[in-house]
Design a binder for this molecule. Structure first.
Ligand code: PMP
Length: 407
């Protein structure tokens, strides 16, 4: 027993983190993991989060009791409100459960589909996508994982034609995992017009959509703009079919390690009653009960406090703007320096891409040299977490790119 166990490769991004930790070069730069850093390269506790923590702890009723199986009610309600919009019929159309951040939400979604035997269907991810998508769904019995074209390497633009062709040629009723905003890893989002065409094509083939929302607020700084595709689906193009939504609060609240998220089943406008809702809720609860018993409380209380106070909500909105504008500024500073250095190639895609990442176009070999010769760490795909740039290191990174591109 437990002998000859197959050793699996370590997670590529966490392996970067481990190499970086033992690198003694003072100029080292972390553009690997997708976590926001301030202009000093340090993790940032959002002022709205600090304030919410003070409020929670000052409450005489503060304790560490278990939450309900489905999580903190005020979090679930307000989480749904910010992603689906104030005017959406939450009471009749949303069934949800608190999850272990976005990963946990994806897992609950995968498990629910497995319970309903939907895991036998083909499931499509963007090419490329967040690598963990494959593992999460494969471990829940999805053996037919496929890809839809997304990033066109030559033009550094969306391969809309390829995407639409795959939607059209997929078996009717396949599952499509979509990134609603700030696509990971490319930082490239469809335009509003493109979303319409994509969702119409999906409707035509009766595919089931799962939106994986891990960066709401990071693409534009606005929660509603970043939820455009989801809202277009549930209020218009896909309003007659169920839509699944995974929601993470890791990035937009800057509470990566606290694991706050929600999984939502959005029901069609008509045809589903309270009994249907109860039945779906019972399945979500059963999945959570056997795996977590109850979801974690502390981070959920912080997010719920922010979302249910007008004052804190406003402060949080400002915090998201602080983060998204600093990233925006760093994109521009990096490109300005590359232009100044006359680095061969075009670099304007770095400023048109949005969210935390840039798909730089650097090759695997160039990425390896960035790390070895310049102490600049990024994913082997060429994905750089722009949040790792700051005024103190952006020039060093530009020189490193320039050098590896030229030689
Ligand atoms: N989906 C995507 C596309 C992501 O990039 C991430 C985070 N890297 C997640 C889901 C899950 O993040 P978390 O579990 O930390 O909320």
């Amino acid at each position: 027993l437990f002998k000859n166990v197959k050793k699996l490769p370590s997670d590529a991004l966490f392996a970067i983190k481990a190499r970086l930790a033992v690198d003694t070069r003072s100029a080292k730069v972390d553009l690997g993991i997708g976590a926001y850093r301030d202009n000093n390269g340090k993790p940032w506790i959002l002022p709205s989060v600090k304030r919410a923590e003070e409020i929670i702890k000052a409450d005489p009723e503060y304790n560490h009791e278990y939450l309900n199986i489905s999580g903190l009610e005020v979090l679930r309600k307000n989480a749904a409100r910010i992603i689906f919009g104030d005017s959406f019929d939450l009471a009749n159309r949303v069934v949800n459960i608190q999850s272990l951040s976005g990963t946990g939400a994806l897992h609950v979604g995968a498990k629910l589909m497995q319970v309903l035997n939907l895991n036998e269907r083909d499931i499509y991810f963007s090419d490329p996508t967040w690598g963990n998508h494959y593992q999460i769904f494969q471990k829940s019995g999805f053996s037919n994982t496929k890809t839809y074209p997304y990033w066109d390497a030559a033009s550094k633009k969306l391969n809309l034609t390829g995407f639409l062709n795959t939607i059209k040629s997929a078996v009717t009723g396949s599952i499509f995992v979509l990134h609603p905003c700030a696509h990971n890893p490319t930082g490239l989002d469809p335009t509003q017009e493109q979303w319409k065409v994509i969702l119409e094509a999906i409707k035509e083939k009766q595919h089931l959509v799962l939106f994986d929302s891990a960066y709401q607020g990071f693409a534009t700084g606005s929660l509603s703009k970043d939820a455009y595709s989801i809202r277009l689906a549930i209020t218009d193009i896909l309003k007659d079919v169920p839509v699944l939504v995974c929601q993470s609060f890791a990035k937009n609240v800057g509470m990566y390690g606290e694991r706050v998220g929600c999984f939502h089943v959005v029901l069609p406008e008509t045809g589903y009653n309270a009994e249907d809702k109860d039945a779906i809720q019972s399945q979500l609860n059963a999945i959570t009960r056997s795996e977590l018993s109850t979801p974690p409380a502390y981070g959920a209380k912080i997010v719920a406090t922010i979302l249910s106070s007008d004052e804190l909500y406003k402060a949080w909105s400002d915090d998201m703007i602080t983060m998204s504008s600093r990233i925006y500024e760093m994109r521009h500073k990096l490109v300005a320096k590359l232009v100044e250095l006359k680095t061969p190639g075009t670099w304007d895609h770095i400023t048109t891409q949005v969210g935390m990442f840039s798909y730089t176009g650097l090759t695997e070999e160039q990425v390896a040299r960035m790390e070895k010769e310049h102490a600049v760490y990024l994913a082997s795909s060429g994905r750089a977490s722009i949040a790792g740039l700051n005024d103190g290191n952006v020039e060093h990174v530009a020189y490193a790119i320039d050098e590896v591109v030229r030689h």
